[in-house]
Every structure is written in structure tokens, then in C-alpha cells.
Design a protein around this ligand. Structure first.
Ligand code: UDP
Ligand code: MG
Length: 314
């Protein structure tokens, strides 16, 4: 195995036993045909199926270019990618999903852009094959992200991306937690570009992303990159305060000049409930940031590697 290959391909794997054989069969020929030295780093993210066995066998079959990191438990796609980033040796790093939704045959397109001098190439899915719910949800979160962060990305969900080594080193140094890697990479990039890539149906199995996980990921994306939610909330809370003040003044005026009134009690309830819910949202939002701060301050080991399969140089 070369100590400094030209290309490192990073693939997170979680319960992909049905996809791995096809992935191997399609990915290796593409990379072999590039005429560049390369390595592939698979991270087994605590799979409960035979994924690790398949990865072991693949490592035995192609020890020259295959490295496998084995987590003791499931830490999520982004942690799996991070662990590989900390160990990459290549000067161009490429990320790819294991489920063949990003066709390996599209890799040369990204490399061509890298060769043209870009330090970040994001893929966007030309014709997306996902449920319409996922597509609409994506559109919504894209809109929110645009409003709250300055990250420009046509398709934040596409993990077929290429990065130059200095960007990956910067990501590793930032020690980011719960982060959305493509967005972090974008913020370090000096010359980013995008390229359209084909998108296929998941080859087999079902998506590992539940609605809950997707919501969490997007919370992380927004609170991890911007204070805008806090600032918007403060503005909104100020508008609510102004409205409440106006109401108090009107009620005081009526009390002084029209005398005591008992009506309007339910209006009052309405107003109180509304303000109460506003403060609850505020507390939740602050909690989100405090939680992130806590995780960074605590600086606990983010994942545990059980084993690494690799052949060392010499
Ligand atoms: N993945 C992972 N850990 C997880 C969930 C997913 O390593 O906890 C991997 C998974 O094996 C796949 C990639 O991340 O290679 C994308 O996952 P998935 O296809 O489930 O997401 P979707 O395409 O639906 O966004
Ligand atoms: Mg997928």
C-alpha cells in the first residue's frame, strides 16, 4: 500500500450486507481504471449484520488498497466519516455512500473538477430517487439553511463529494462534534464548485435515516454554523414584548377611564398561553446551544475503534 496515495475514498457502512458485494464489484474497477494510486477506507459503524465479515473478506482480497475501521457501536454516518478523515493518506479525499445511491461511475467527474483546481467539489443529484416526502423535506431545510447560514449548497443531502487534503486536515483539527461535514468543508474551502451526478434508488435495504434522525441532523446543521436562530428569536421576542406592552397600555386606559371590566378573560388566557409558548421555544433554543457547548467542553472521546484492518507500508 502506498504511503501517500493520490486518492482516498471514504465510505461509511451501517448494515449494508446486501449492498457491499455490488459496491465492491462496481467501485474497484472504476478506481483501478483511473490510473491513480488510491486507498479505500471503510468504516463499519457498528453494523449488526454481516457487513464487517464482508469488509474483512474484501480486505483480504485487496489488502493493497483496502482499509477497514471497525467501531464498537453505532455513532452515525458523520462520525464514521470523521474517523476515516483522521486516518486518510491521500491528497484528494472522496466520500461516497455504501448503498450505491451515488454511482461509483460518477467519481471521474468529481476528479476532473479537482484537477481543474477546485479544492471542494460537491455533487448534486440530477434526478433524485427518494420518496417525495424526502424531496419536499430537503427543499424546506435547504431554504432554512440558506436563510440562517452562508453555506451555498444545491443539494446538502448528497454525500458524493471530493475535498482537497488541507480541507480535511482543517476539519480534523477543528475537532467538530455532531457536525455536518459537507457544510464544514464548504466553510474552509477557497474555490468550491458543484457537479451534477446521477442518483439511483437504494440498491437494497432501507434508509438508515428516520425522520427523527433527519430533524436532528438539520438542527445540528443550523445551530452548528450560525447564531441566527438565537438572533431571530430575540427579534421575535422583542416584537412580542412590544405587542404585550401595547395591550397592557390599552387595558390600563380602559381600567382608568371606563372602570372595572370582567370580560376578556379568555383573550387574556390566549395572550398568556402564546407568550408562555414563546418563552418555551426560547428555552429550547438556548438549550440546543448550551448542549453543543457542553459536548465541546467535555471533550470526551467521540467514538471507539475496536480494530483497524490495514497493511502498513514496508
Ligand atoms: N450510515 C452509517 N451510520 C449510520 C447511518 C448510515 O454509517 O448510523 C451510512 C450508510 O451505511 C450509508 C450512508 O451512511 O453508506 C448513508 O445512509 P442511508 O443510505 O441510510 O441514508 P440516505 O441515503 O437515506 O440519506
Ligand atoms: Mg442512501
Amino acid at each position: 500500500m502506498s504511503a501517500t496515495p493520490q486518492l482516498s475514498v471514504v465510505i461509511p457502512v451501517y448494515n449494508e450486507e446486501l449492498n457491499l458485494p455490488t459496491l465492491f464489484a462496481r467501485l474497484y474497477p472504476v478506481l483501478d481504471a483511473l490510473g491513480r494510486s488510491y486507498e479505500i477506507i471503510f468504516t463499519n459503524d457498528g453494523s449488526a449484520d454481516r457487513s464487517f465479515m464482508l469488509l474483512q473478506a474484501q480486505h483480504a482480497a485487496r489488502p493493497d488498497v483496502t482499509r477497514v475501521i471497525d467501531f464498537n457501536a453505532n455513532y452515525g454516518q458523520h462520525m464514521a466519516i470523521m474517523a476515516a478523515f483522521e486516518r486518510v493518506r491521500g491528497s484528494i479525499i472522496l466520500t461516497l455512500d455504501a448503498d450505491l445511491q451515488n454511482p461509483p461511475e460518477e467519481i471521474p467527474k468529481l476528479l476532473a473538477k479537482m484537477d481543474a483546481g477546485h479544492d471542494y467539489v460537491g455533487g448534486y443529484r440530477l434526478e433524485r430517487h427518494d420518496s417525495s416526502f424526502r424531496k419536499y423535506a430537503s427543499r424546506l431545510v435547504n431554504l432554512v439553511r440558506k436563510q440562517t447560514t452562508n453555506i451555498e449548497m444545491t443539494d446538502q443531502g448528497c454525500m458524493l463529494r471530493a475535498y482537497s487534503r488541507p480541507i480535511i486536515d482543517a476539519i480534523v483539527r477543528s475537532g467538530a462534534i455532531n457536525t455536518f461535514i459537507p457544510a464544514l468543508a464548504y466553510s474552509f474551502s477557497g474555490n468550491p464548485t458543484e457537479v451534477g451526478v446521477r442518483h439511483e434508488e437504494r440498491h437494497a435495504g432501507v434508509s438508515n435515516y428516520s425522520l427523527y434522525k433527519l430533524i436532528r441532523l438539520n438542527f445540528d446543521l443550523i445551530t452548528g454554523f450560525s447564531l441566527a436562530p438565537l438572533q431571530y428569536f430575540t427579534m421575535f421576542a422583542m416584537a412580542c414584548s412590544a405587542g404585550s406592552l401595547l395591550l397592557v397600555l390599552i387595558l390600563a386606559y380602559r381600567r382608568l377611564f371606563l372602570g372595572a371590566e370582567a370580560e376578556g378573560i379568555f383573550t387574556l388566557f390566549g395572550v398568556v398561553f402564546f407568550l408562555l409558548s414563546v418563552s418555551m421555544v426560547g428555552i429550547g433554543l438556548i438549550g440546543e446551544y448550551v448542549g453543543r457547548t457542553y459536548q465541546v467542553v467535555r471533550a470526551r472521546q467521540r467514538y471507539f475503534v475496536k480494530e483497524i484492518l490495514e497493511v502498513r507500508e514496508g
